[in-house]
Design a protein around this ligand. Sequence first.
Ligand code: HEC
Length: 705
Amino acid sequence: MRIFGMAGKRTVSVLLAGLAVMGGLTSCHRADGNEGPAAKENDGANWPLYGRTFSANHYSPLREINSSNISRLKLAWSMDLEDAGSLYTSPVEVNGVLYFAQGYSVIHAVDAQTGKLLWTYDPDVPKVAGKRMRTAWGSRGIAYWDGAIYAGTLDGRLIAIGAADGKLRWSVHTNEGPDDGRYITGAPWVFKGKVVIGHGGADFDLVRGYVTAYDAKTGKQLWRFYTVPGDPKKGFEDDAQARAAKTWTGEWWKYGGGGTVWNAMAYDPKYNRLYIGTGNGTPWNRHIRSPGGGDNLYLCSIVALDADTGKYVWHYQVNPGETWDYNAAMDIELATLKIDGSDRSVLMHAPKNGFFYVIDRADGKLISAKNFVPANWAKGIDIATGRPIENPEARFPDGKGFMMSPSSAGGHNAQPMSYSPQTGLVYIPAQENGMWYSDAGVDLKHWKALHGTGYNTGLGSEPPPGPPPPTRSMLLAWNPLTQKAVWSSPLPALWGGGVTSTGGNLVFIGNADGKFDAHDATTGKILWSFDTQSGISSQPITYTVAGRQYLTVLAGYRGIVQASPWDYYTQKRRVLTFTLDGKAPPLPAPVPAPPKEFVADPGFVVDAAKAKAGLGIYVGANCFNCHGFNLQAGGMAPDLRASSVPTSLETFTQVVHDGLLVENGMPQFAELTPEQIDDLRHYIRQTTRAAIAGKTADTAQAVRQ
Ligand code: HEC
């Protein structure tokens, strides 16, 4: 029986703290208008930000490793991490030190040449978050700026840590109050001595989206921009809010509104602007939150803000009147493209709705747009107005349902795409998929929100008339000038990691099956592949140390509500660094994991009514968000069907109610009564026995309201 899981794993904290000597770029090294390595688009030595540099292209000009010598790319070192936290996160590198945030934002610093751990910093998220720790996502990325590492946490903190010593410099709460449903999973964006962070939460609670800028040295708040208008009776913060309010109807502010900036931004030194990408509305269904229609600004939009003041400059709304959990939170990548003979400063964007957008950064006007995956919600985008030519059926009017493509998972999601100025192509980790939208049977007037307990969709649970189109994943090379695919290479259907392209005519991507591949950037052919032995959900980075090019990828899988073959306990979590003629010994052959044995516990008598109540708690307490729908775990937390903990009421109570495993990322649910704890046991046993008998119930339906 495995009660203590990976207990004892956090022993490396502060180990060797202070030994890192390479950390800080001192201010005298800062060139390029005082912007440091983040501004060095043409110098691939470092990878200081999520998308490497301000252009956020996830591209490096380095070419020592290239399509002619890629067969010599070998492992330089690898490091197995003992911590069980997820690695859905992008590392950064500056001056020979790699930094990354594992799991609940535990920051690691590692010597990039040798793989030696220099320090770790643990912000103790499960302890600090307490009741609010209801999601499983860790941090997708961090930032380096002038000797400090910046990271967000699930409980809404933004922290700054000394890059050389791993010591906390400052920490601020970015939430508006202790019961705030906002959480941070995205990377901070840093420029001109400011650090800007958004947040998530629009699916799980009634939140009003915003981004906040802080002074990078002190953590002092500089400005905040709200992405949706608040209650008009309280007065609007600025004109942009007043204008936006005209595009909402009903009492939208009671629902928070949503529009969270949970993922992408981009800083544009040319115009001194910050572009933010906003998410979906709360609830998803516009019939509820804005019953008289309206565009609902600034949902699902790219908004340009003055980088110094946070004041509105322009916006481009990708989906006016968003109602499907569509988002403009996917990458915003900056480039100069030659269009009709002249150089245009553009941004490129491939959001969930399946269209690829090229937008003029000067004024936010649409230059071109074309779908890169099947998209039946719109016939196209009208270039003159910038608005989609929608299929009216896609709005599921009058209780009529619609099988829509792409689904809420999107034709492209948070896994970064990469633009290579060398080939002029954008490499998109894309997906074809579909989903049934219907609010038949939903009482739109009296709809009640869930607070942190499941998804606020407002879509109801009408079963689809047939299965959705099959999900297919592919790496797509897209020409932003012709708006056409140049090549496409199939990927495993489960989500993998993001993309990095290089000046060596290479495109790197790590996949859900554990294969880390290099494609020829021009033809798409796989030129090199390495089996990391663990599903990859992160994106690689490349940089030089002492004049030599290195490539790092993190392997470790974090499926959440998707079942995956990667088990929480047995999967490897690894940092792998490659270089030409690397000399590390090959990875040890994987030890096949013993087959998962589901626990039948034949003596336990399931009470169907208690099991039903237990399902409600499993959903309501967000157990599903970490342990999976129908207890089908995806690698982020243990598979409870194979756990013997629930067979003992005493141990189960210690784990769930008393917080025995909080240190290991299992939150404490002190608010659950002994009866509710027992109900959970009945649900777990019933579902496990059904799985043993080859049947699955559908928790997925129960979590949507
Ligand atoms: C934020 C993510 C998260 C949520 C929410 C969550 N868990 Fe967990 N749970 C974990 C993690 C991670 C572990 C593994 C901890 C370890 O390594 O020991 C775990 C472990 C457990 C274990 C012990 C398994 C074993 O065999 O050691 C049980 C039982 C459990 N969780 C039940 C629940 C129940 C019931 C709920 C909802 C009331 C819940 N969990 C909600 C993340 C979560």
